[in-house]
Design a protein around this ligand. Structure first.
Ligand SMILES: [Zn+2]
Length: 252
């Protein structure tokens, strides 16, 4: 029996941490709508530009797999994400792109955040730099509750985002409520019906947020706005269900 997540009881503002510009919609699209509906402030922060997706470069941009194309994808994904969040009710002013990776990108060949929209332009792609930027965002947004990808997520950017948030919170000695959401994991998501936690992660701290048909449809529409991802196939919509799962993780 999985308990329900009661978002009314969670302290605001909410900070959604998306390793790539689309994890916010896939993992938290319903939560974001519900939060706006009850007047919670929602900040969204994108950790990278999502500029490593070769499939998008080939099948959406129809460009060769060269650094320039990956950088173009970074710009496309940024503007799509802002539009999709806006559609879900998050004002543009509350979305921050850190656009910083932990390591130099083998795809764009960038060593630092050269995107014009980076939180701090030309910040180097190093662990120390991203930790400093995350702390600056936490300082500015003062989140009561943070939603970040789960440590066990098999995508390295997703696991790294989790670790960096926890490091920042620990070093700042702040104690927000932290929930994690899952995107990539073997045999996840389950093929149909409500999202179920994988057997290995079926731990007592997992909760489910039930959503209405309307909320689910709206999340799907928001995802459709992200054409560089959604146009690649229905496969990409498979996380959008009538519920979202969250794992409570101790902060600090
Ligand atoms: Zn991702």
């Amino acid at each position: 029996m999985i308990l329900r997540l009661n978002i009314r009881s969670l302290p605001g503002p909410f900070l959604i941490v998306a390793p790539h510009p689309d994890d916010d919609v896939l993992g938290n699209g319903g939560l974001i709508q519900r939060a706006h509906a009850i007047g919670k402030t929602v900040y969204v922060v994108y950790v990278t530009a999502g500029d490593a997706n070769g499939e998008s470069v080939t099948h959406y941009l129809h460009k060769p797999l060269v650094p320039k194309s990956f950088i173009q994808l970074g710009y496309v994904r940024h503007f799509e994400a802002i539009k999709a969040e806006n559609f879900l009710g998050t004002p543009k002013s509350l979305t921050d792109p850190i656009r910083n990776r932990v390591h130099p990108s083998p795809f764009t060949k960038l060593m630092r955040a050269s995107y014009t929209f980076a939180y701090q332009r030309y910040a180097p792609y190093t662990h120390g730099s991203i930790l400093r930027l995350v702390k600056s965002i936490l300082q500015r947004t003062k989140p009561g509750t943070i939603f970040v990808t789960l440590k066990q997520d098999t995508n390295p950017d997703h696991a790294a985002s989790h670790i960096i948030i926890h490091q920042a919170v620990r070093q700042m000695n702040i104690h927000p409520v932290i929930y994690s959401y899952l995107i990539h994991y073997p045999h996840y998501p389950n093929p149909t019906g409500l999202l179920q936690p994988p057997a290995q992660l079926r731990i007592p701290n997992v909760v489910s947020l039930p959503l209405t048909v309307r909320q689910t449809n709206r999340t799907r529409e928001a995802y459709t706005i992200m054409r560089s991802q959604s146009s690649l196939g229905y496969y990409y919509y498979r996380w959008i269900r009538r519920n979202e799962l969250y794992w409570r993780t101790p902060s600090g």
